[in-house]
Write a protein that binds this ligand. Structure first.
Ligand code: FES
Length: 153
């Protein structure tokens, strides 16, 4: 024997469950889309330490994947450039004296300027200083010019 009220309640429950699943899936899709368009939204820390000067070889761009930045140390000092492709936010690799995006092939020169697209803009450079404990510190919330070296010698 069927209970019409029980059937209605079950139908309502299933309808609400389906609606909840659809809303949750939509929210996840929207968050993923925002992250791909605005990769900086996914950075949790705007200011972070990256280690000591001696951790970085001279005349080398060192990728720090956990922070998505390259640290360049040369004879003048250190600089930090974003490792996030300005197209859709993939993490760049250093290949043959340039930055290359493994996702869609954008290329950037040593200054972060676009050599070939689809990346729409240059890579941002970030201010660096020393933390109280002597580690190098990057401020991704403060942009600098590619030639602005943090001199610590
Ligand atoms: S994400 Fe780098 S070229 Fe598309």
């Amino acid at each position: 024997m069927k209970n019409p009220e029980g059937s209605l309640t079950r139908r309502r429950f299933l309808g609400k469950a389906a609606l909840g699943c659809a809303v949750g899936a939509g929210a996840l899709a929207a968050a993923a889309a925002l992250r791909s368009v605005f990769p900086s939204l996914t950075r949790t820390k705007k200011v972070f330490t990256v280690g000591y000067l001696t951790d970085f070889p001279i005349n080398t761009f060192t990728l720090l994947p956990e922070h998505k930045v390259f640290i360049l140390r040369d004879h003048e000092g250190v600089r930090a450039v974003s490792a996030v492709c300005t197209h859709l936010g993939c993490v760049l690799k250093r290949v043959e004296d340039e930055f290359r995006c493994p996702c869609h092939g954008s290329r950037f020169d040593d200054s972060g300027l676009v050599l070939s697209g689809p990346a729409p803009s240059a890579l941002p450079w970030f201010r660096m200083d020393l933390a109280p404990d002597g580690q190098l510190r990057v401020h991704t919330n403060q942009r600098t010019h590619p030639t602005d070296t943090f001199k610590i010698f």
